[in-house]
Design a protein around this ligand. Structure first.
Ligand code: FAD
Length: 317
């Protein structure tokens, strides 16, 4: 079932989770162990992130170095299918521009369709580790909107070869990313919102936000979106804090602020388990306020800490 249908058919705030594929070499059981404690909350859907390949330099026997491409977390599409099969829950694979040409993207979409997956979250992806800024693959997409248009075309039965005779139309529900604290490359919020509106006008069914720790940023973002005519659901993305290191890592990695009150509380903690308690309370408070405001879905980035999210959702219900 499509994410947008879940939202439209529900009068209450839904719950959804986001997970990472396991590191290469770990079996899918590690993922099931992560998901098992979350399934009692009957999530409407589960997102599975996509991680592009990285380059490493491997030393040859003669001492020279060889550039090797590695995928550290492969398997997004098949994990989605496995989760659907095991838990009977809808999944949303993340699809990125980076590292793909349009033919590979089309093949991936056809595979997803065969697997019975109705949803995709279309993203540009970040720059590869060896690039200073994002570079599209030769013959690939530069922006998420270009990828979105390819999915829309397939939904109309238009393949790269043009309209194939009696071609199958896919029916993907399309989500896009939004940034309550602005995407880090955008010169200003106005420009970022303009590009977000373009994605919605091109056919995005809903928006999922980058994580935020101050609900007022989400509410302002939603207001700003509504003011420029973005009417689709805007799903808040939420993440718990659980280690002291995150005080610096989260702003650096995700270009977001930690509110002073939260960072002060984290700073005063002596151990990470104390930080986890602070993070759990903060997430619960955020979730309660957002639920009260009637957000369509609470989308939790569970990333390695399912028990914290389970604790919060249990208290929320
Ligand atoms: P875009 O919408 O293409 O925007 C990128 C930048 O370009 C923005 O600054 C925007 O303002 C600007 N822009 C957009 N269109 C134009 C235009 N036509 N002309 C000029 N400027 C333009 N990354 C992964 O690699 N894998 C994942 O699984 C993943 N999941 C994510 C999930 C969510 C909910 C979020 C919020 C992010 C996720 N990301 C993921 C990170 C994301 O790929 C990066 O934030 C990336 O830098 C931007 O992606 P985007 O889809 O927002 O890009």
């Amino acid at each position: 079932m499509k994410v947008i249908d879940h939202i439209n058919h529900s009068e209450k705030t839904l719950i959804s989770f986001e997970i990472l594929p396991p590191l290469k070499g770990k079996g899918i059981q590690s993922l099931y162990q992560h998901l098992d404690p979350l399934m009692e909350f009957k999530p409407a859907f589960i997102n599975v992130t996509y991680h592009r390949s990285e380059h490493i330099f491997k030393k040859r026997v003669d001492g020279s170095f060889e550039k090797v491409v590695v995928r550290k977390r492969p398997g997004t599409e098949s994990i989605c299918a496995a989760i659907m099969n095991k838990y009977n829950v809808d999944t949303v694979p993340h699809l990125i521009c980076g590292g793909f040409n349009i033919n590979e993207t089309e093949d991936a979409l056809i595979n997803l369709n065969y697997l019975g997956i109705d949803n995709v979250l279309v993203l540009r992806g970040d720059a590869a580790k060896n690039e200073s800024s994002f570079e599209a693959e030769p013959g690939g997409h530069q922006y998420a909107i270009d990828l979105l248009k390819q999915v829309k075309n397939l939904n109309s039965g238009i393949y790269l070869e043009g309209e194939l005779k009696n071609s199958m139309q896919t029916k993907f529900c399309i989500g896009v990313a939004g940034y309550p604290e602005k995407h880090f490359e955008a010169p200003n919020m106005e420009s970022d919102l303009k590009h977000l509106k373009e994605k919605v006008d091109a056919g995005a069914d809903y928006i999922v936000t980058q994580m935020f720790f101050d609900n007022s940023k989400y509410f302002s973002f939603v207001n700003a979106c509504r003011e420029i005519g973005i009417t689709v659901p805007i799903i808040p993305g939420l993440k718990p804090v659980y280690t002291k290191k995150q005080i610096n890592i989260l702003p650096k990695t995700f270009h977001i602020d930690l509110p002073t009150e939260l960072s002060n509380e984290m700073q005063q903690c002596e151990t990470d388990s104390e930080v986890e308690k602070v993070g759990t309370e903060w997430l619960l408070h955020q979730s309660k306020e957002l639920k009260k405001a009637g957000v369509p879905v609470l989308h939790y980035y569970t990333l390695g800490r399912p028990h914290i999210v389970a604790d919060v959702v249990r208290k929320l219900m």
